[in-house]
Design a protein around this ligand. Structure first.
Ligand SMILES: [Zn+2]
Ligand SMILES: [Zn+2]
Length: 212
């Protein structure tokens, strides 16, 4: 975040979709940073962390392992595990709902909607489930995992033909494919996607910023 010029000392909220380390491994280090960095010592507003069931246990285990005091911050840290389909407020006027994805038992896709109605779905990691398309129906921006181009060796991730089938069902305004494994190296994702779904698809990349 620092490298990308993101205002990390004033981050409002964090969402943790599931407990695989590529999705939550940076959280303890981040909290260790905010605890000690000069940029956060005078921060007043709370940091809100929302996540799948188990995130609290994971953070506490890391915390206890070396007495880091990760929750003892200059500002308030609110950690909340989400386990129901009930809508909640991730920030004032930013509503959220989750959907359980076929990946690990705790994996949750999230749908965010702001006051103006602008909406975003992030799939978390996921296998193929048309329920995810229903969940993402009509969304402005669908950020969808697409680990594999084709011939996926696991049911717990998506390949392009499935991702585009979900896009066809969900009819989002725009799709960003992410969580791209090395099988994608050298493949023109955007043109391959276009062959399967006529809407706008782009490949995620580090530092990408979008306005929804
Ligand atoms: Zn995962
Ligand atoms: Zn992952």
């Amino acid at each position: 975040m620092s490298q990308e010029g993101v205002d990390w000392p004033n981050l409002d909220a964090i969402w943790i979709s599931h407990l695989h380390l590529d999705h939550c491994g940076g959280l303890a280090s981040f909290l260790f940073g905010t605890k000690h960095a000069p940029q956060t010592q005078s921060r007043q507003k709370p940091l809100r962390i929302f996540g799948c069931p188990g995130i609290s246990k994971l953070l506490s285990a890391i915390d206890d392992a070396n007495d880091y005091g990760l929750f003892d911050q200059p500002f308030l840290v609110e950690l909340r595990e989400i386990s129901t389909a009930a809508e909640f407020e991730i920030l004032p006027e930013l509503r959220a709902r989750v959907f359980s994805t076929p990946h690990t038992h705790e994996s949750l896709a999230i749908r965010l909607t702001d006051r103006s109605g602008a909406s975003l779905v992030y799939s978390s990691d996921s296998g193929y489930d048309e329920g995810l398309a229903t969940f993402a129906r009509g969304v402005d921006l669908l950020i969808l995992e697409c680990s594999f181009w084709r011939d996926k060796p696991t049911a717990k991730h998506l390949e392009l033909v499935e991702a585009m089938r979900l896009a066809r069902l969900a009819e989002p305004r725009k799709v960003i494919l992410t969580h791209l494994y090395f099988e994608w190296d050298g493949i023109d994702l955007e043109s391959k996607a276009k062959e399967l779904w006529p809407g706008e698809t782009m490949a995620a990349r580090d530092g990408l910023r979008m306005e929804v």
